[in-house]
Ligand binder design. Structure first.
Ligand code: ATP
Ligand code: MG
Length: 426
C-alpha cells in the first residue's frame, strides 16, 4: 500500500478526551473514529488489526473442532422472556420495537438464540459434544463507556457456546477451550492470567476470566507469582487452575492459602471470560436430547467470550512507548514500513519502487511512505503506527545500495544491502 493513496488520518495533537495510552494512540494513529459515546468507525489501519485478531481467534477455535456460525444482531424479545432474562438484563439492553409493535433487542450476548437453534436441530446424544461460535457485534448500553474501544457500547465479541450430554464431558470441553484461549492470546503476544471468576447464584459451576496485567486495567487481580514464570507449554488447565488467581472484591488475598510473599496484586484488563452453567438455558428453551438408554435430558452448556475489539486496545496498552504503538508481528496491520526519504529523486524512487514490488511479490505486507514530507514527519508517523520493521531508503541507498532497517520494538538499527531485506525480515 502506498501511503500517498491510503486513508490514514493521523493526528498530531493528543485528543483531550482520551485518558489512557491505547485510546490516545488509537485516535492519533487513525485506527478508529468515535461517532458517539462508545460507538466507533473502524478506519482502514484499525480494521486490518481487528481482522488479524479475528483470524487468530478463528484458527484456534477451528483447531479444537468448534464450528463457526453467524447469528443476527437483532433478536426477538420472546426468546429472552423464555429464559427469564428480558427484564433481568435491565438498562444495558437496547430495546427496539418494529413497525408491527413487536419487541426486539440488539443482542448483548447470544445464549438464547443459539440455544433456540440447537433445540430445533439437535435431538440425539450422537450429535454431541458440539461447540458453535461466532464473531459478531454486540450492544450493551454501558453506564460509563470509556477508554475508547476498551469499554464501548457497540463492540465486537467472539462468543462460543458448548453443548454436552454430561457434566464430565462439559468439563472436558471447558478445559479444552480454556487452553485454546491461552494459545489464542499467546499468539497475539499477550500473557493472559486465567483468574477464577464469580459463578453467581448457582454453586459448583466453573468460570474464569482471562486478564492481562496493565496499570490502566479496570479490575484488581491477585495471582500466584508462579504465573510470571510459566512457559506457554506449561499453561495447561491442570497446572494453571491449581495456582491461585482471583479478581476484585470476590477473593481478597486474606481468603487464600498462598503465602503473602508469593502473591502479586496488579491491575488487569479482562480480555476473555468463560463460563460453565449447566442447564440454565437449555431447560427453559427446550434444548434436550435422547440419551443412549432412551431418556430425554436437557443439555449441559457453557459460554465462552473474547473481547475482540477490546483486544485492539488491550494489545496497545501492553505494547507501546512514548512514540507510539509497537504491534506484535502477528496482529500488525503491515509487517514493514518502507520510508523513502528522497521521494521525488528519480534514483531513490526507482530503488524504493523496486523494493516495494519485491516485498509484495514475496507476499510481505508493506506500507510504503512515498509522500513528499519531511524526514521527521515520516519517522514520527512510522513510529506512531508501530509497524514491526522500518526500512529506510535515503542518500546511503543511492550511493551504496544499503538501506537502514529498524526493529520498532527495540529500536535496533542495522544497514543491509537491498537484496538482503526480505531475508532479514523473514
Ligand atoms: P466486563 O466485566 O468488562 O463488563 P463482562 O463480564 O460483562 O465484562 P462478558 O459478558 O463475559 O463480559 O463478555 C465477554 C468479553 O467481551 C469480556 O471478557 C470483554 O473482553 C468483552 N467485553 C465485555 N463488555 C465489553 C464492552 N463494553 N466493550 C468492549 N468489550 C467488552
Ligand atoms: Mg459487563
Amino acid at each position: 500500500m502506498k501511503l500517498s493513496h491510503y486513508f490514514l488520518p493521523t493526528l498530531k495533537e493528543t485528543p483531550a478526551e482520551a485518558q489512557i495510552a491505547s485510546h490516545r494512540l488509537m485516535l492519533r494513529a487513525g485506527l478508529v473514529n468515535q461517532e458517539t459515546s462508545g460507538i466507533y468507525t473502524w478506519l482502514p489501519l484499525g480494521l486490518k488489526v481487528l481482522e488479524n485478531i479475528q483470524k487468530i481467534v478463528c484458527e484456534e477455535q477451528d483447531r479444537i473442532g468448534c464450528h463457526k456460525v453467524l447469528m443476527p444482531t437483532i433478536q426477538p424479545a420472546e426468546l429472552w422472556k423464555k429464559s427469564g432474562r428480558y427484564e433481568a438484563y435491565g438498562k444495558e439492553m437496547l430495546r427496539i420495537t418494529d413497525r408491527h409493535d413487536r419487541e426486539m433487542l440488539y443482542g448483548p450476548t447470544n445464549e438464547e438464540v443459539i440455544t433456540d437453534v440447537v433445540a430445533q436441530y439437535v435431538k440425539s446424544y450422537r450429535a454431541l459434544p458440539l461447540v458453535l461460535y461466532q464473531i459478531q457485534w454486540k450492544f450493551r448500553d454501558e453506564i460509563r463507556p470509556r477508554f475508547g474501544v476498551m469499554r464501548g457500547r457497540e463492540f465486537l465479541m467472539k462468543d462460543g457456546y458448548s453443548f454436552d450430554l454430561t457434566v464430565e464431558s462439559a468439563t472436558e470441553t471447558y478445559k479444552k477451550i480454556y487452553e485454546a484461549y491461552l494459545r489464542t492470546f499467546n499468539r497475539m503476544g499477550l500473557t493472559a492470567i486465567p483468574v477464577r471468576a464469580d459463578t453467581g447464584a448457582i454453586g459448583g459451576n466453573l468460570s474464569h476470566e482471562f486478564q492481562i496485567v496493565a496499570p490502566t486495567g479496570e479490575s484488581t487481580i491477585y495471582y500466584d507469582v508462579q504465573f510470571d514464570t510459566l512457559t506457554p507449554e506449561q499453561m495447561t488447565f491442570d497446572r494453571a487452575s491449581t495456582l491461585y488467581a482471583a479478581a476484585d472484591e470476590m477473593h481478597k488475598p486474606e481468603d487464600c492459602s498462598v503465602p503473602v510473599g508469593q502473591l502479586k496484586e496488579a491491575r488487569g484488563i479482562e480480555i476473555g471470560h468463560i463460563f460453565y452453567f449447566g442447564t440454565k438455558y437449555s431447560e427453559p428453551l427446550g434444548a434436550k436430547v435422547t440419551t443412549q438408554d432412551g431418556k430425554t435430558i436437557p443439555l449441559e452448556m457453557g459460554s465462552y467470550g473474547i473481547g475482540v475489539s477490546r483486544l485492539v486496545g488491550a494489545i496497545i496498552e501492553a505494547s507501546h512507548d512514548d512514540k507510539g504503538i509497537i504491534w506484535p508481528e502477528a496482529v500488525a496491520p503491515f509487517k514493514i514500513g518502507l520510508i523513502n526519504l528522497k521521494a521525488g529523486d528519480t534514483k531513490a524512487d526507482t530503488l524504493a519502487e523496486g523494493l516495494y514490488t519485491q516485498l509484495r511479490t514475496a507476499g510481505i505486507d508493506v506500507l510504503y511512505d512515498d509522500r513528499d514530507e519531511r524526514a521527521g514527519t515520516k519517522f514520527a508517523d512510522m513510529d506512531l503506527i508501530g509497524l514491526p520493521w522500518q526500512v529506510v531508503i535515503g542518500n546511503k541507498t543511492i550511493d551504496t545500495g544499503m538501506v537502514e532497517i529498524k526493529y520498532r520494538k527495540t529500536g535496533d538499527k542495522q544497514d543491509v544491502s537491498l537484496d538482503k531485506v526480505i531475508e532479514l525480515v523473514r
